[in-house]
Every structure is written in C-alpha cells, then in structure tokens.
Design a protein around this ligand. Structure first.
Ligand code: G3H
Ligand code: 13P
Ligand code: ZN
Length: 332
C-alpha cells in the first residue's frame, strides 16, 4: 500500500471547495507520455495553478501503470525544482471501469479516482459507486462519479439530449453514493468530433462550424439541487481551429473537427463546475507541432528535435486554458 500523501500529492476535497467558492475550475489534463507531463507541470508551476493529472485506462495500457505512477511522483519533485513551493497536484484515475481498477489505483498512490458506471442502470451505478467510495474514503482518496451519458458523435441531437443528467436524480445519487464530485452530461462529448456538421450551423463569414450551445439550464438546475457540490465536465476540449488547420496543412486529415467554444467553458468555470477535462486539445497541439516540424525539417530524425516544439506548443495551450479559460492561476 502506497499512500499518495507520502508522494506529496493531494486529493481534490479542499481544492474543489475553494474552486466552487472562487468561481474558477481546476484543469484536469490527461497524460500518456513524458512530454505531456513536462508541459503540464511547467504550465501549472509557472501559473501557480492547482492541477489534476489524469490517467485513463488507455494510458495505463500504453505507458504502463507503474511507470505512470512514478512519473506523477516525479512531477511533484519537478514542480518544486521549478520553484513551485507547495505544488497542488492530484493524481486521478480517469474513467475507472471497475472496483478492482479503482482499488488498485488507491493502493498504489492515486489521490483521486473516477468510477464511471454511468452506462449501467441507475441502481447499479449507485451500488458500484458506493462500493468504490467506501473503499477509497478509508484512505482519504476522493471519488468522482458520473450520472448521465456523454453523447457520441454518432448520436442525433435528440438522442443526445435524452442522455443529459436528470436534475431530479442528483440529490438521491450524491447522498446514497457519498461521492465527492459528480460528472454530468450537458452536451459535451469526448474526442475531436463533438458534433456532426448537421448538428452545427455555419458561420457565414468563416465557413466554420458553430456547435449548438451546452445545456446551461440543466447545469443550473443541478446546481440548485446540490448547492456548492463539485460538478465535473468531461469532453471539454475546444478543438482549436488553428491547430486543426496546421495538421491539415501538413498532411493530416481532420475534416470538420469541432469542440466546445471557450466562452462556454469560461462561463461554466464560474459555476459549480470545478473540474474541466481536457485531453484532445493536447493531442492536437502535439500533433500539429510534430507535423509542421517534420514537414519543414525533413532531415531531422532525433525525437528531441520534433518533440521540443510539440512540448512547447502543449505548454502554451495549457497556460492558455489555465489563465484565459478556467481562471485557476494563482490559486496554489
Ligand atoms: O475520456 C477519455 C480520455 O480522453 C482518455 O482517452 O482512453 O484514449 O486514453 P484514452
Ligand atoms: P476531450 O476529448 O474533450 O479532451 O475530453 C477529455 C476527457 O473528458 C477525459 O476524461
Ligand atoms: Zn472523460
């Protein structure tokens, strides 16, 4: 058993309470490799922002679960080396799919886990979430749960709406499970194609797709039912058009990729939404820089040559999110 406290990590409890009160949101950035982690830590240290390092099932498979945990431990030491005296860093399991995976993370140094049983029938979601909460809380590890199903790009708008979190269920769910935060569905979804072109309108000036707005009415109803309770938004990448254009200009093919407009995330950050998940924007920033660098420098083959601009571009994106969108700078 390794406690996250020995690793210098923190859980989400105080961080979320402060964020809800202060009207900002904590960035939850996924990482799969060293360059992403370096860029996240540099951005958080430079802006003095609390940060959540997220590890998905796919990341554990790709990079090795043990290695990722040691990397997170290293992140705390690295943050201090960068001059961040009291780093507020959470190591969080993203989309945990079983009690066993959550337990394994609690036992090996994670300070926060998500149990995502949102696809199960309501009572089964409650039972599994409660089991994880009971285990995790013995070790002061915080638990994120999910209620409502995030839309996939294949869903019609009407089907997507029918999967929104039902505000009438949140009090019962939060009370019976004892979860520390709740991921809700209000129209965000994972990946770089969050909406089909048919679900969007086109800006007549730029020809770019304009997605339908998030369901702020549902968010506000949930806030009213659970005043001050920490709410989480998954699938919150903005899919910056300049990165998509760079990728497409240098041999990529990402037609009609579209994300959540930043103004809407800015607005959400001021509410009870206190954790915003971003993964795809990091992938886009990295890929755009690598494609551009290799196209412009065909003789380069040392990964450090193309991963340096990739890391710089991710760091720039993370700082932008922290300072211009979530408002979590100078809070740690
Ligand atoms: O929510 C999903 C995250 O973007 C992680 O994606 O499972 O491909 O690592 P992944
Ligand atoms: P994006 O695909 O929008 O970056 O969402 C990431 C996420 O929700 C991770 O859990
Ligand atoms: Zn997610």
């Amino acid at each position: 058993m390794v406690s996250y406290k020995e690793l210098g990590l923190v859980n989400t409890r105080d961080m979320f309470a402060k964020a809800v009160k202060g009207g900002y949101a904590i960035p939850a950035f996924n990482f799969n490799n060293m360059e992403q982690l370096q860029a996240i830590v540099m951005a958080a240290a430079e802006t003095k922002s609390p940060v959540i390092l997220q590890v998905s099932k796919g990341a554990r498979k790709y990079a090795n679960a043990t290695l990722l945990r040691y990397m997170a431990e290293g992140a705390v030491a690295y943050a201090k080396e960068l001059g961040w005296e009291n780093p507020q860093i959470v190591l969080h399991l993203d989309h945990g799919d079983s009690f066993e995976t959550c337990k394994d993370c609690v036992d090996t140094g994670f300070s926060s886990v998500m149990i995502d049983a949102s696809h199960l029938p309501y009572e089964e979601n409650i039972a599994l979430t409660k089991k994880v909460v009971e285990y995790a809380h013995q070790f002061d590890v915080t638990v994120e749960a999910e209620l409502g199903v995030l839309a996939g790009v294949e869903d019609e708008v009407s089907a997507a709406e029918s999967h929104y979190t039902k505000p009438e269920e949140v009090i019962d769910f939060a009370t019976r499970t004892g979860c520390d935060s709740l991921a809700i569905s209000i129209g965000t979804s994972h990946g770089a194609y969050k909406f089909t072109p048919e679900q969007c309108t086109r800006d007549p000036k730029t020809g770019k797709l304009v997605p339908p707005p998030l369901a702020f009415d549902v968010l506000h109803e949930i806030e009213a039912k659970l005043p001050g309770f920490p709410i989480v938004l998954h699938g919150s990448s903005s899919v910056p058009q300049d990165e998509v254009d760079t990728i497409n200009a240098f041999g990529g093919k990402l037609p009609d990729a579209v994300g959540i407009p930043e103004e809407q995330l800015r607005e959400a950050s001021k509410s009870a939404v206190c954790k915003i998940n971003i993964d795809s924007d990091s992938r886009l920033a990295m890929t755009a820089a690598v494609r551009k660098h290799l196209a412009e420098n065909p003789s380069h083959f040392d990964p450090r040559q193309y991963l340096t601009p990739a890391r710089d571009n991710m760091k720039k994106m993370y700082i932008h999110k922290i300072v211009e969108v979530l408002g979590s700078n100078d809070q740690a």
